[in-house]
Design a protein around this ligand. Sequence first.
Ligand SMILES: CSC[C@H]1O[C@H](OP(=O)(O)O)[C@H](O)[C@@H]1O
Length: 378
Amino acid sequence: MTSPSTAPSINMAENKLEAIRYRDGQLSIINQLKLPLVTEYDAISSVQDGWDAIREMRVRGAPAIAIVAALSLAVELHKRTFASAGDAAAFIKTSLDHLRTSRPTAVNLFEAANKLEALSAKLAAQEGATAQQVVAGTLAKIEGMMAADIADNRAIGKHGAEAILAKTGKDKVRILTHCNTGSLATAQYGTALGVIRCLHELGSLDHAFCTETRPYNQGARLTAYELVTEKIPSTLVADSMVSVLMKEKDISAVVVGADRVVANGDTANKIGTYQIAIAAKHHGVPFYVAAPITSVDLDLPDGSHIVIEERKGDELTHIFGKRLAAPGINTWNPAFDVTPASLITGIVTERGVVKKPDGAPEFDMHAFVQETRDQKRI
Ligand SMILES: CSC[C@H]1O[C@H](OP(=O)(O)O)[C@H](O)[C@@H]1O
């Protein structure tokens, strides 16, 4: 499945980091387990290949997971033939059911799967529907996902940059982020890292700080890679340095991504986000979550209902396959934590920044989604 390549991950023509390559039914992804030392694209030729890449975290990041899952289905739809519209819809449903089991916490995958399943069932139920119509309609929806995600990320970047500059009243800001929420976690540009990119484009970024993000090191490996590649002034810190960083380095705001934002604004994000939010509260640093509406789960009332993925202890005990922890030690490796709404200043989406109603400790995501429904594209 792996096709080692020395091709650069930067598309020099557009100066864009291309983590997901999809052309005419052919899909490949950068193997993020090997970054930043090796840039290698893995071919994804089936739904099972997509599932494996997501489970093994060769591709990760909430929007990227949803997009690669859907595109892995698109790859199969390009190759297969079906006897009837019903057969095509049944295959799509079975594939999506399988893809839903790859990783549990990021809601984007489930949101995309639900939409695609509903669409294919609707197409198949139409009078005289053919398999080709079901496949073509589903493919069009899937193939539009990347463009929609890039547009959403650019809008998130703009809203987030404006909100941070307004809140801090500063011309130039110093931003801390956690994990990787950039081009590697999305179709391109990124969510929280998109806000940092936008501040940089506006000439309003003094400096970005990224955490290592143990145990998987998305910050040290991936965010640092994106920041250095784009020549954004930036510094890497260990997760354990966040409080002293806020005390001594004049951090203007924190902006992080999200895997699931529930109805009251409680937010599941990469493990370690919660302690950064607590430190931000203590130091009076505004704390923003940046995420597309596809990361909002209105079905869950608060964060206690979010299923948190637990991953293998090897991610803690080993780095690049090399053991660093004492053999025999027990491990606990939750991949995400939940930051309570009370610690969050604002939730930046493509439709604007959600704020708490006056004096309220929590957000009303239902009201925000309802009010902004007309702006919905996908
Ligand atoms: C914009 S990506 C959101 C999210 O995804 C990351 O998780 P993982 O690397 O485990 O897939 C992280 O929590 C990011 O903030």
